[in-house]
Design a protein around this ligand. Structure first.
Ligand SMILES: Cc1ncc(COP(=O)(O)O)c(C=O)c1O
Length: 390
C-alpha cells in the first residue's frame, strides 16, 4: 500500500538525527547534544511529583480520565493562570498527551486547507509537521538573530495576508533560547487584534529562565484569543509522562466554535494518561527547588557553550537566555546538514542541523550535559571546524 499523501511532508529532524546517531553509536562513542530531554542527563523529576503519581496509581486512578482532563488538575491549571493575570475558564482547559498532542489537536480543530498560520523561523518542527499533515499552509516570520533572536513584529506583519488565521509564538524559544520582552509581546498582541488572528503561545520553558523576565502572552491580551501551551515535560522534568495542556483565553467568545471542535476531538481520543495528571496540582502549587537547581546548572553550561562557540573561528552564537538550547551560526563554506553529519560520523557528536528548524546555516546544541562532557563535545566541534576550514 502506498503511504497516504498527507504524511509526505511530516518531518521531524530531531528524531531523524537520533536514528543516525544510533547507527554511529554501534561503531563509536556518541555524545548526545541532540535531544532536549533533561532526564537523559543529570536532571531528575522532583520527588513530590513522583509521590503524587504513585499515590494516584495506588488509589486505582488508573481508569480513563475525563476527556478534557481530571477536575483536580484542571482546577490547578486554571488557578495557576489566574494567579498570573490570565483569565481562563476551567472549561477552557484541555489536558493532553504532552504539549505535542494539544498542538496537533488545535491545528486540526482550528484551521482549514487554504488557511495559513504564521510560524517562527527558526521553528520548532512540531508546528510544520502538523500543519503539513492537515494541509494547512505555513508562512514564516524570521526571528532576529542580531537582537538575540527577538521577535520582529514588523516582519510578522509583512507576512500576514487575508488567509492568515493565527500566529505561533514560542517563548522561551526552541531552538534559539530567546525570551521576548513585554513591549514586543504587546505589539504582537495588538497586531493580532488588528487582523483578527488567534495567538498560539507555546510557553513550555517558561520557568527555565536564565536571564531576564518571561511574560505570558495571554496576560497581555484583553480581547485577542490566546491559546497557551505548557506541561510537565521541561519545567517539571518529566518529559516521558507525556502530560501537557492547552489553556484557551477567549474573553469575547470569538473562537467558540473552534474551541468546541477541539473538545469534540478530545472526546474521540478518549483522554490523556490519568495517573500523571495527578502530578499537575503538586507541580503547580509545590516548591520550585528543582527549578532553582536546574537553572543554576544550566547557567554554567550555557556560559561554557556561549564562550567556547564564540571562540571558534567560523562559528558565532547569540546568547541564549532560557531553556537549554543554543543555535550557532556556521560562518564558513559548509552546509548545515553536511556539518552535522560529519560532526556525528567523524567526531561522534550528535546535534541537529538548522534546516530541521527551517533555518539552514545553523545547528542546534542541547547544553544539558555535565561540564566535562560538554567540554569534550565542544573540543570535538572545534576540531571538526578546524579540519573542514583547512
Ligand atoms: C517549543 C516546544 N513545544 C512543545 C514541545 C513538546 O512538548 P511535549 O513533550 O509536552 O509534547 C517541545 C519539546 O521539545 C518544545 O520544545
Amino acid at each position: 500500500m502506498e503511504a497516504a499523501n498527507r504524511t509526505k511532508n511530516v518531518k521531524y529532524a530531531i528524531r531523524d538525527i537520533a536514528v543516525l546517531a544510533k547507527q554511529v553509536a554501534k561503531k563509536k562513542k556518541v555524545i548526545s547534544l541532540n535531544v532536549g530531554d533533561p532526564n537523559r542527563f543529570d536532571f531528575r523529576t522532583p520527588p513530590h511529583l513522583i509521590a503524587a503519581v504513585t499515590k494516584a496509581m495506588k488509589q486505582n486512578k488508573n481508569y480513563y480520565a475525563d476527556s478534557a482532563g481530571e477536575e483536580e488538575a484542571i482546577d490547578a491549571i486554571a488557578d495557576f493562570y489566574r494567579s498570573k493575570g490570565v483569565n481562563v475558564l476551567n472549561s477552557d482547559i484541555l489536558i493532553s498527551f504532552g504539549v505535542s498532542e494539544a498542538i496537533g489537536m488545535c491545528i486540526a480543530a482550528f484551521f482549514n486547507p487554504g488557511d495559513n498560520v504564521l510560524i517562527p523561523k527558526p521553528s520548532y518542527p512540531v508546528y510544520s509537521a502538523y500543519l503539513n499533515l492537515y494541509g494547512i499552509d505555513q508562512k514564516f516570520y524570521t526571528l532576529n538573530e542580531d537582537a538575540n533572536w527577538n521577535l520582529d513584529v514588523s516582519d510578522i506583519e509583512k507576512n500576514i495576508n487575508d488567509k492568515t488565521k493565527a500566529i505561533v509564538v514560542i517563548n522561551p524559544n526552541n531552538p534559539t533560547g530567546g525570551v521576548y520582552d513585554k513591549q514586543t509581546l504587546k505589539d504582537l498582541v495588538n497586531l493580532a487584534g488588528q487582523h483578527n488572528l488567534v495567538i498560539f503561545s507555546d510557553e513550555i520553558y517558561d520557568e527555565l529562565i536564565l536571564e531576564g523576565k518571561m511574560y505570558h502572552t495571554a496576560a497581555l491580551s484583553k480581547e485577542v484569543p490566546v491559546i497557551t501551551f505548557n506541561g510537565l515535560a521541561k519545567n517539571f522534568l518529566a518529559p516521558g509522562w507525556r502530560t501537557g495542556w492547552a489553556a484557551i483565553k477567549d474573553v469575547s467568545g470569538e473562537i467558540k466554535s473552534a474551541r468546541d471542535a477541539l473538545f469534540q476531538l478530545a472526546r474521540a481520543r478518549l483522554c490523556a494518561s490519568t495517573p500523571q495528571q495527578y502530578a499537575i496540582k503538586s507541580a503547580l502549587q509545590g516548591n520550585r527547588k528543582h527549578v532553582k537547581d536546574a537553572v543554576k546548572k544550566l547557567k554554567t553550561r550555557r556560559d561554557i557553550t556561549f564562550k567556547r562557540i564564540n571562540e571558534i573561528n567560523g562559528l558565532s552564537l547569540a546568547k541564549p537566555s532560557a531553556a537549554f538550547y543554543a543555535f550557532p551560526r556556521i560562518n564558513f563554506g559548509i552546509d548545515d546538514k553536511s556539518f552535522c553529519t560529519r560532526l556525528l560520523e567523524e567526531e561522534g557528536v550528535a546535534t541537529v542541523y538548522g534546516s530541521g528548524f527551517d533555518m539552514p546555516g545553523h545547528f542546534r546544541i542541547v547544553y544539558l550535559p555535565k561540564e566535562d562532557i560538554l567540554n569534550e563535545a565542544l573540543d570535538k566541534i572545534e576540531s571538526l571546524v578546524k579540519r573542514v576550514k583547512q
